[in-house]
Design a protein. Structure first.
Length: 67
């Protein structure tokens, strides 16, 4: 079963668009909004990363080498 992905999009009265990515762990959350960024002219004023950004995606493990 595919994991649930959720985008919350808010458009303010001044035309400002805010996108909140939910239920996507790791850096792939940025990839999920690429189509919106492209459609809106790639004018990103700021990006705030959530705690989920720093979590490992399901099925991905991190290995550290120790010398």
């Amino acid at each position: 079963m595919a994991e649930k992905k959720e985008l919350e999009i808010t458009i303010g009265p001044d035309g400002e668009v805010q996108v909140l990515v939910k239920c996507i762990k790791g850096a792939s959350c940025v990839d999920e909004t690429k189509f919106l960024e492209d459609a809106l002219g790639n004018t990103i004023e700021s990006r705030e990363l959530t705690d989920e950004y720093y979590e490992q995606p399901h099925g991905v493990t991190q290995t550290n080498k120790v010398k």
